[in-house]
Write a protein that binds this ligand. Structure first.
Ligand code: PMP
Length: 433
């Protein structure tokens, strides 16, 4: 079938609720590239939304999955342990950001894992409400829809949503109204730490500590704009949790698994989460997610109250074991730091260049989780995205602000990064005029 026939077929038979970046039809993927049915090779700076962190069809992950397919595909976890499930835990334990995180529950998708964390938090604290961040994304399932606060589209028309979810501002400094209105008078630090004051107020005005089970936070805000919080922020949130017997839940579905240059983003601030949520990069494209917490919390749940037919699938777990090994063998984190610095240097130079500075508002991010916010109202993100596409490169926008995000595979080569930087630079220069 030709591309247009395939595309027409897809448009006719695939749910319209799924939006798409491009009408292309992907046929293959290898490393930092995907190839379309027409043989067009596209440089992938999306990694399938931060999933194929080791590139498409990473050889050792593919090999591990192929081996497992011939050995045991489905070892249902409510019937028995299976080997890859236990091997995966063994591989993940040394990677945890805190040694208290020693007991695991695996699911399929990020949203399911978030819901598992809500169940755990409610059950362990015997409290119902949760606090989430404005701009956060936790999924599109029924429960997570109420927790997702990055765009109204995710909940619009699907309500009423799960009750007991209270949003609080995330320290998004470039968008901070205090800073914009009173820069100088209040200063950068006051503006960025205002969300802490808001959080304390929330606990006094809207959801009492005695009814609040957990604060859910993406240590680096993903779908809300690739926002890195100020240095002291997460430690302050931890303190508030400790003072009020509230659990701190780190949703590292997007920022975890090496994306920011550390195995988990929360390590940048040395803060201990009570529950850590993982997905996306954990199995490099195989459906797998999980939560990890301390045993005393996890063991409070009644046997049988957790689980699911496909939870912790054997092939996905085997892929996950190979991912963890590749991180060590291939020194992935070093590459993230080096390539991330190259990407940011290129963007920062454009921010300073008088020819392009007028459309660039902010360059931010950690490692290979890099955001580029354009001047509000410029509409530049979509224009730059389209120009990159014309040059054979996939990039994604993020948030309701005019922002592009760059999330190439973490093992992208120096040459491919240079190629990607050149395409982005030319696209920005053209849009700036
Ligand atoms: N949490 C975060 C931080 C995410 O970025 C996402 C997905 N973008 C999810 C949860 C939901 O994951 P999934 O799409 O696998 O359900």
């Amino acid at each position: 079938m030709s591309l247009s026939k395939l595309s027409q077929f897809g448009t006719k038979h695939v749910a319209k609720g799924i939006a798409r970046l491009t009408p292309e039809v992907f046929a293959e993927g290898s490393g930092s590239y995907v190839t379309t049915v027409e043989g067009k090779k596209l440089l992938d700076f999306t990694s399938g939304i931060g999933v194929v962190n080791l590139g498409h069809c990473h050889p050792s992950v593919t090999k591990a999955a192929q081996y497992q397919v011939g050995k045991l595909v489905h070892g249902q976890v409510n019937i028995a342990f299976h080997q890859p499930y236990l091997s995966l835990i063994e591989s993940l334990l040394p990677l945890m950001p805190h040694k208290s995180l020693d007991t695991f529950f695996f699911w399929n998708s990020g949203a399911e894992a978030v819901e598992a964390a809500v169940k755990l938090a409610r059950h362990a604290t015997k409290k119902q409400n949760v606090i989430v961040m404005q701009g956060s994304y936790h999924g599109r399932t029924f429960g997570t829809m109420a927790m997702t606060r990055s765009k109204t589209i995710y909940g619009e028309g699907y309500g009423p949503l799960m009750p007991g979810v209270f949003p609080v501002p995330f320290p998004y400094c470039t968008q901070c109204s205090i800073r914009q209105q009173s820069d100088g008078k209040f200063g950068f630090e006051n503006c960025c730490m205002d969300p802490i004051r808001q959080l304390k107020l929330l606990l006094k005005q809207q959801t009492a500590p005695s009814e609040t089970s957990a604060i859910f936070i993406e240590p680096v805000l993903g779908e809300g704009g690739y926002v890195v919080p100020p240095a002291e922020y997460l430690a302050e949130v931890r303190k508030i949790c400790d003072e009020n017997n509230i659990l701190l839940v780190a949703d590292e579905v997007q920022c975890g698994f090496g994306r920011t240059g550390k195995m988990f983003a929360i390590e940048h601030w040395n803060v201990r989460p009570d529950i850590l949520i993982m997905a996306k990069g954990i199995a490099n494209g195989f459906p797998l997610s999980g939560i990890v917490s301390r045993k005393e919390l996890m063991d409070m749940q009644k046997p049988g109250s957790m689980g699911g037919t496909y939870a912790g699938n054997a092939v996905s777990c085997a892929a996950g074991v190979a991912v963890a090994k590749a991180f060590k063998d291939e020194k992935i984190l070093d590459n993230v730091t080096a390539r991330g610095a190259e990407l940011k240097a290129m963007l920062t130079a454009l921010q300073k260049d008088p020819k392009t500075s007028k459309i660039i508002y902010d360059v931010r991010g950690l490692g290979l989780m890099v955001g580029l916010e354009f001047t509000p109202g410029s509409g530049a993100a979509a224009k730059v995205q389209a120009k990159c596409m014309e040059q054979g490169m996939l990039v994604l926008t993020t948030s309701v602000f005019d922002t592009l995000r760059f999330i190439p595979p973490l093992n992208i080569t120096k040459d491919d990064m240079a190629k990607g930087c050149e395409i982005i630079k030319t696209a920005i220069q053209e849009v700036a005029g």
